[in-house]
Design a protein around this ligand. Structure first.
Ligand SMILES: Nc1ncnc2c1ncn2[C@@H]1O[C@H](COP(=O)(O)OP(=O)(O)O)[C@@H](O)[C@H]1O
Ligand SMILES: [Mg+2]
Length: 257
């Protein structure tokens, strides 16, 4: 993005945060209606656009519950969630899954690629659900695979790729719908450390292009490469600190990778 295009009059002066959680509670109930677990207890968190944030915390601290709410896979019991400026906490199932498809890209520890399809076909899948015509699907899948450095592997099937290449294909699939947020749950958990490094470099490249990234990790060294580290404890934010990850140049922020 050029300096001229960011001063374009169509650019909002104060864009909404990528995610704004206010007083979020998630309570799991027993069948008799009594409280089983308060997984999130009035959690507040603002994630500005373009931020690269690590979510940490001991097992049971609420990380998956938080990611499920942020990713529109589940709704809070109470509180407000604005995703990219839109209140989503009380949407019905259909509306919530539509928002999820438009605004969220997911990357998992297991790459979850379809083995019978080429990686280009795998990356096209989210666009199929959006009803995008075949020629545009293919072009956007190739663009997305190029962003993650797989432009010379377009016709390979997942088993013909290394673990790191498969995870990069999964990242391309998560990006192809131009999400507001890319969410990754232990994305290097199944990879050796050198390959994990290359995935982190891909995330850093996407961060520099202005994408908002939220990653769950148990590894302090990985978290320290993010821009911000939030640690949960018993369903609330215990620490919220700057990480070592570099803020990209301001003119790149706001562009979606
Ligand atoms: N579907 C569920 N039903 C009941 N309790 C749950 C459910 N999911 C998570 N919990 C509980 O909520 C708390 C937070 O869980 P979770 O968000 O999975 O933590 P983390 O991902 O940090 O390990 C834990 O005490 C867990 O047992
Ligand atoms: Mg979990």
């Amino acid at each position: 993005m050029t300096a001229a295009s960011i001063s374009d009059s169509r650019t909002p002066i104060a864009p909404p945060a990528a995610a704004r959680l206010t007083g979020i509670k998630k309570t799991y109930f027993k069948p008799d209606g009594s409280v089983l677990v308060e997984a999130l207890r009035s959690l507040d968190l603002v994630i500005p656009r373009g931020e690269y944030i690590a979510i940490m915390g001991a097992s049971g601290s609420g990380k998956s519950t938080l990611m499920n709410i942020l990713g529109c896979l589940d709704r809070p019991t109470a509180g407000r969630y604005e995703l990219d400026g839109e209140a989503v906490e009380s949407l019905g199932d259909d509306a919530l899954s539509r928002v999820r498809g438009q605004k969220i890209g997911f990357v998992f520890q297991a790459f979850n690629l379809i083995s019978e399809l080429t990686i280009t076909e795998n990356v096209e899948i989210p666009l199929l659900y959006q009803g995008i015509p075949a020629a545009e699907r293919k072009q956007r899948a190739i663009e997305s695979l190029t962003v993650v450095g797989l432009q010379d592997r377009l016709h390979h099937r997942p088993r013909e790729l290394s673990g790191g290449q498969q995870q990069r294909a999964a990242i391309a699939r998560a990006l192809v719908g131009k999400p507001a947020i890319l969410m990754a749950d232990e994305p290097t958990g199944n990879l050796d450390s050198a390959t994990g490094q290359s995935i982190l470099e891909t995330f850093e490249h996407l961060h520099a292009r202005g994408l908002t990234l939220i990653m769950v990790t148990h590894d302090d060294r990985i978290a320290q490469r993010c821009e911000r580290v939030v640690r949960l404890k018993d369903g609330v934010v215990e620490h919220d600190r700057a990480g070592g990850g570099r803020k990209p140049h301001a003119s790149a922020a706001g562009e979606r990778a």
